[in-house]
Design a protein around this ligand. Structure first.
Ligand SMILES: Cc1cc2nc3c(=O)[nH]c(=O)nc-3n(C[C@H](O)[C@H](O)[C@H](O)COP(=O)(O)OP(=O)(O)OC[C@H]3O[C@@H](n4cnc5c(N)ncnc54)[C@H](O)[C@@H]3O)c2cc1C
Ligand SMILES: *[C@@H]1O[C@H](CO)[C@@H](O)[C@H](O)[C@H]1NC(C)=O
Ligand SMILES: *[C@@H]1O[C@H](CO)[C@@H](O)[C@H](O)[C@H]1NC(C)=O
Ligand SMILES: *[C@@H]1O[C@H](CO)[C@@H](O)[C@H](O)[C@H]1NC(C)=O
Ligand SMILES: *[C@@H]1O[C@H](CO)[C@@H](O)[C@H](O)[C@H]1NC(C)=O
Ligand SMILES: *[C@@H]1O[C@H](CO)[C@@H](O)[C@H](O)[C@H]1NC(C)=O
Ligand SMILES: CC(=O)N[C@H]1CO[C@H](CO)[C@@H](O)[C@@H]1O
Length: 609
């Protein structure tokens, strides 16, 4: 049986200690229809969606629901694979479907990471980062959205939180009744199933109990509460990852008016300079072999905060000084790539659990079989990764400043002597998430002040990886907040139950910070073992002012017709949580804007062309 071969090879890889993925492309054959092949010959569409990622798949579903609209999705990555759907498999092992981006070396953060730079993980696969993320369902706080309001732009009122709840609810299918009871915030019936994992082990209970003792309530974080310690809700269905590809795209792949091309990298927009309109795109399935596709109505960019910059700059849309460095003719001068922001954390803080007996490999194999057979067992869980504490450091009632995000790992060591385990070894995965004897505490700064920028690769602008000057921890407040939250995390160790269970601070090798004390030491650790969270935003931020923003509040690119940007890159500042749910919300909101322009005002538009 094909399925059996697929997962047993996978399990062997895991048990042997180095996870690598088989290319068991289970879905592509089944979902590619004859109609797709036929449509490929035809290069004219109503809408072209560039990027089949988190937002792209949502848009593809919504726009192709209109019978008279022909929709093309171009995705650089390949079809999604079931191996990525097992909740217990850690996402940090998903290298084969990542873009392999890194921040530039800067001399003040990521110092002890390879090359003095941090990895920025974003997905290159149908479903995008919703296939490679941790699946946590968080929306951020009301004030985060309300701060996007600009008194000079009446349209920005649309983005106040109270006006966005309906767009969150549009795709939500919440499966936890206690959460669902709050019908102001939550609903069911949408494509995106949201639920807590049922599996809870002893240490999850211990950690939740210890946070409770510090005063953190277990309360739905998506109801504008400033603090909470929770067993998170995840975007899953039947204990299986539910990417936006699975939730929104797969169910409609049969639609005759929808064409999805994978392995198709868009390299340029077709700009009509006289008319200042976008006519379509140039894409490549084989490197160097250009093909064109045309959009009668709109081209919609959804390639994320880093790739959008490359594509726009290569198309002559970007800051004049940057484009001129590459001899690219400036067609529209806009600050594309400015205002890059990413959430940031640090390694080095971990608690060791007093578990001497190693997990049995044959048991883990059995657990994989169980998951494949009935979606049960420990692999239908993310272990201690399910638990987060959202902490407010400043009494400003805006919402949490830090998420203490827990991460389990297993350290192979006969005697479990952690004395010289490096931070990097502690972070390298050896077993699936539910089998852990080390709990890494990631203090994630949710709303960083530091700003960076993205520009084209100097030697190879078209195919080379973009230059990401992330400037992580550049602003002193960012570092201060992280260190403050480490103090709170360390208080957990005073908990009675922790002491009884012999949970201790793991004595990681934190060279070169080992000689320092207290705050100086954490200051050093954070600068050396910085983590970029891979939640980048801001590079195509929305706003009314063309010198400081790229799209308007209708998500239309300034000074050009028929081009919209619909993904995380339009967010002007972070919301206090992950950006998966907010990105899906942005796609739902964009759908309404597009419908309004092309359905309600149909006659206007048809008269104009
Ligand atoms: C490790 C990790 C864990 C995370 N966990 C969480 C979490 O638990 N909760 C949460 O809320 N957020 C999380 N996030 C963040 C969140 O998932 C992403 O930020 C969000 O999904 C981004 O969506 P997007 O649509 O902007 O981009 P993406 O989903 O990345 O989509 C962009 C798509 O465009 C494609 N593409 C790019 N360039 C081209 C091109 N030139 N031509 C064609 N296609 C192209 C890409 O391959 C990709 O499929 C996590 C992020 C990381 C890195
Ligand atoms: C830009 O053009 C100038 C003059 O033609 C040339 O000297 C220079 O090398 C070019 N720069 C790049 C980055 O191609
Ligand atoms: C969950 O998945 C299992 C295994 O594929 C299947 O047998 C079961 O019917 C699924 N349950 C639901 C509710 O889809
Ligand atoms: C750990 O200590 C042992 C014994 O002193 C040594 O052989 C080994 O190289 C050390 N490992 C690391 C990663 O420092
Ligand atoms: C736009 O922003 C720039 C830079 O902040 C500022 O100088 C300019 O006055 C702003 N323009 C408008 C119309 O507000
Ligand atoms: C639709 O057309 C009406 C009347 O011309 C106009 O007032 C309105 O702003 C248009 N809406 C959009 C979204 O363009
Ligand atoms: C624009 C376009 O191709 N429309 C087609 C959509 O699909 C229906 C049938 O499913 C056709 O009748 C339309 O011509």
């Amino acid at each position: 049986m094909e399925l059996k071969v697929c997962y047993s090879a996978f399990i062997l890889n895991i048990v042997l200690g180095s996870i690598s993925f088989v290319n068991g492309d289970l879905f592509s054959k089944a979902t590619r229809t004859k109609a797709d092949e036929k449509n490929l010959q035809n290069s004219v569409f109503d809408f072209i969606i560039v990027g089949g990622g988190t937002a792209g798949c949502v848009l593809a579903n919504r726009l192709s629901a209109v019978h008279e609209w022909k929709v093309l999705v171009l995705e650089a990555g390949e079809e999604e694979n079931i191996d990525y759907d097992i909740p217990g498999v850690p996402t940090k092992e998903f290298r084969p479907i990542l873009w392999n981006f890194r921040t530039e070396r800067n001399g003040f953060s990521c110092l002890s990471r390879p090359g003095g730079s941090c990895e920025v993980k974003t997905g290159k696969v149908l479903g995008g980062s919703s296939v490679t993320n941790d699946m946590k369902y968080t929306r951020g706080s009301k004030k985060d959205y309300d701060s996007w309001y600009d008194s000079d732009a009446i349209k920005s009122l649309d983005w106040k939180f109270e006006n966005l709840i309906e767009h969150f609810k549009a795709s939500e299918d919440n499966g936890d009744y206690d959460v669902l009871m709050n019908s102001f915030y939550h609903s069911r019936g949408g494509e995106m199933h949201v639920q807590r994992f049922k599996y809870i082990d002893r240490y999850m209970e211990l950690f939740l109990g210890a946070f409770a003792e510090l005063g953190f309530r277990s309360i739905d974080i998506n109801t504008n509460v400033p603090e909470a310690a929770v067993n998170n809700q995840f975007v899953i269905f039947n204990n299986t990852r539910l990417s936006t590809n699975s939730a929104f795209l797969k169910p409609v792949r049969h639609r005759k008016n929808l064409t999805v091309k994978t392995g198709a990298t868009v390299t340029k927009l077709i700009v009509d300079e006289q008319e200042k309109t976008i006519d379509g795109v140039i894409y490549e399935i084989e490197k160097g072999k250009e093909q064109a596709a045309y959009a009668k109505r709109e081209t919609i960019l959804t390639t994320g905060a880093i790739n959008n910059v490359r594509l726009l700059h290569l198309s002559g849309i970007g800051p004049q000084d940057e484009l001129l460095k590459h001899n690219i003719t400036v067609k529209i001068n806009l600050p594309v790539g400015a205002d890059y922001q990413d959430q940031v954390s640090t390694g080095g803080l971990a608690f060791s659990l007093h578990e001497v007996t190693p997990f049995s490999e044959s048991q883990i194999i059995e657990d994989f079989k169980t998951w494949f057979q009935n979606r049960g067992g420990p692999l239908a869980s993310r272990g201690i990764n399910q638990v987060s504490a959202f902490i407010q450091l400043f009494e400003n009632k805006n919402g949490p400043d830090i998420e203490l995000a827990l991460e389990g790992n297993y350290i192979r060591s006969d005697k479990f002597m952690l004395t010289n385990v490096t931070v990097h070894t502690a972070e390298e995965t050896s077993l699936p998430l539910p089998y852990y004897n080390l709990v890494i505490v990631n203090p994630v700064l949710l709303k960083p002040k530091s700003r960076g920028k993205v520009t084209l690769n100097k030697k190879n602008p078209k195919y080379g990886r973009p230059v990401i000057q992330a400037n992580l921890l550049k602003e002193p407040e960012d570092l201060e907040a992280i260190i403050d939250s480490v103090d709170i995390a360390l208080q957990l160790l005073n908990n009675k139950e922790f002491k009884r269970a012999d949970i201790k601070l793991a004595p990681l090798d934190i060279f070169p910070c080992d000689r320092l004390q207290n705050r100086d030491q954490w200051n050093c650790i954070a600068r050396h073992y910085t983590k970029a969270m891979g939640n980048p935003i801001g590079t195509c931020r929305m706003g009314a002012n063309k010198t400081t923003s790229v799209v308007n509040y209708d998500l239309k690119v300034h000074d050009v017709e028929r081009l919209r940007i619909v993904d995380a890159s339009v967010m002007p500042t972070h919301v206090r949580g992950g950006i998966f749910a907010p990105t899906v919300m942005i796609a739902e909101k964009a759908t309404k804007l597009i419908m309004k322009d092309w359905k309600e005002n149909k006659s206007n538009y048809f008269n104009r062309r």
